[in-house]
Design a protein around this ligand. Structure first.
Ligand code: R5P
Length: 332
């Protein structure tokens, strides 16, 4: 007994053929709108496949067209519910591999489990490496992802991995909307300095850093702002907003130091639990995120959260991969 999953679909790049045979774009259920946007960008027609659930929720995938010899791109973010979406990705790739696809690229706009990229203590896993192994073993020949939590996760894969960047989209948006001579880019923590510095360089803006410290166990964290932010329009830059705590506290700390107003440009809107409400009530003027993760209705109705679409960027990278052209030159 099986039931179709709502929104399950497989798309095809109609009429397109890259250097590695016909191109097929396959979408899991994590972000159908993004997959459709990528297909639209590539001027494709959609074809169907079925992702079914058995009564016990096991996933079953059936590709309903010939993929023999095709260059297949599977679009699936491993976002909430991460384990279901990861498993769907693995099973779709298994189905493609067993159907004689010539090449399979796992297109994972949001790569979940990336924050578990080292052992924080003894007897703990490195889940990012485990997930990389699973994706490879399931049949991926290549991986395409966006703004990995840490660039070195690329090295967890022994297959070619393209890490795309949302920064060109962010830079364009900032240039269109702000008076650049008053903008200051801010890293909300010391770990994100390289990312924030990269964006600051592109818009020729100064950089500030927030250093979070807990002086003594049990005491609340102190946010030290390193840099003269007074009078500036501050842009917090990070890869992930999850609970929203980092951003909300950073905005308060910057405003306390005299910042004019605070915006945030974040690649992945994980936004777990009550994060959207927390952002809505915060002193952040606006949070700008990409649509690497499917937005909820609540998010879409929140006035101070805005989406930057990435379908064009991913579509372009897919087109270049299929025709063996440079992907990195997209970011020159
Ligand atoms: C941490 O290393 C990440 O770059 C983000 O700063 C973090 O995941 C944000 O988490 P939250 O929104 O829960 O404070």
């Amino acid at each position: 007994m099986t039931t179709p999953l709502p929104g399950a679909q497989v798309t095809r790049i109609g009429g397109m053929a890259g250097k590695n045979g016909a191109i097929k774009l396959v979408a899991g259920n994590s972000n159908p709108a993004l997959a459709q946007g990528i297909a639209d960008h590539l001027k494709t027609s959609l074809a169907k496949a079925v992702v079914r659930r058995f009564a016990d929720m096991e996933i079953f995938v059936e590709i309903q067209e010939n993929v023999r010899g095709a260059d297949c791109f599977v679009v699936q973010s491993t976002s909430y519910p991460a384990n279901d979406h990861l498993m769907e990705l693995l099973i779709i790739m298994d189905a493609l591999r067993r159907s004689s696809a010539r090449r399979i690229t796992a297109v994972v706009p949001y790569f979940g489990y990336a924050r578990q990229d080292r052992k924080p203590g003894p007897r703990t896993p490195i889940s990012a490496k485990l997930v990389a192994n699973l994706i490879t073993r399931a049949g991926a020949d290549r991986v395409m992802t966006l703004d990995l939590h840490a660039g070195q996760i690329q090295g967890f894969f022994d297959i070619p991995t393209d890490n795309l960047y949302a920064s060109p989209l962010m830079v364009r948006d900032i240039k269109e909307r702000f008076q650049l001579d008053n903008v200051m880019v801010v890293s909300p923590d010391v770990g994100g300095v390289a990312r924030a510095r990269g964006l600051a360089k592109r818009i020729n803006a100064p950089l500030a850093i927030i250093d979070k410290r807990r002086e003594r166990a049990g005491e609340s964290e102190v946010m030290n702002v390193i840099g003269e932010v007074a009078g500036h329009t501050c842009m917090l830059v990070d890869d992930i907003v999850d609970s929203g705590g980092t951003l909300v506290n950073a905005a308060d700390a910057l405003l306390a130091q005299g910042a004019k107003d605070v915006y945030a440009y974040i690649s992945h809107g994980v936004l777990s639990g009550g994060a959207v409400g927390r952002i809505a009530k915060s002193r952040l003027k606006e949070l700008v995120i990409t649509d690497s993760i499917e937005p909820t209705k609540e998010l879409l109705a929140t006035p101070n959260i805005r989406l930057l679409p990435i379908a064009g960027l991913i579509g372009e990278a897919i087109e270049r991969t299929a025709s063996e052209e440079s992907v990195s030159s997209l970011f020159d």
